[in-house]
Design a protein around this ligand. Sequence first.
Ligand code: GTP
Ligand code: MG
Length: 200
Amino acid sequence: SQIKQVEFVKSSSKPRDCPKDDRPEFAIVGRSNVGKSSLINALVRKKEFALTSKKPGKTQLINHFLINKSWYLVDLPGYGFAVASEAARTDWTSFTKGYFLNRETLVAVLLLVDASIPPQKIDLDCANWLGRNNIPMTFVFTKCDKMKASKGKRPDENIRAFQELLRKYYKEPPPWIMTSSMTGLGRDELLLHMSQLRYH
Ligand code: GTP
Ligand code: MG
């Protein structure tokens, strides 16, 4: 399940501009700044492959990365970009919802959730929307390396609280993996998980 080769294919501004291809793909989704681009860089072991930034809203297009010439990782714009206008946020939703509902080669969504902060309503809303539309998802908790802040909770406590909230909606909660793009935690587990989903 290792990554031997990676190739940036294209950036698309509309779902219908995405590569016309039957190879399977995984979409990386989450709040702005949750660490989507960093996770891609950690998975492919390249520092600045998918551009990262401290400024939220860096990724504004659907970016397709072809892995080992056999499957795609897709970097999507972050949601809940607080600085964006209401109009820009509405655009984001119709834009990515169109992608989720129409992309036939989508194997699963990797829904990234920041483990260094308490559960956020917007992440639960996103999970519920995907669930209602029968789009398979895996929760990928990011920034698990972050130590407890003076007042904050530890990543494992935040994850437990998040899952407690999910239990209201799911009899069987989706799979989940703890990761850190800084330390590489969860990298191999996530790659193995995706290979199992591909060959399922
Ligand atoms: P948008 O493209 O704006 O939606 O953001 P993004 O989700 O792609 O986030 P990005 O990967 O650009 O990371 C945002 C910030 O979080 C950067 O400052 C990263 O260095 C930091 N970050 C990402 N992953 C981790 C992690 O695992 N641990 C820690 N400590 N910081 C991280
Ligand atoms: Mg990004």
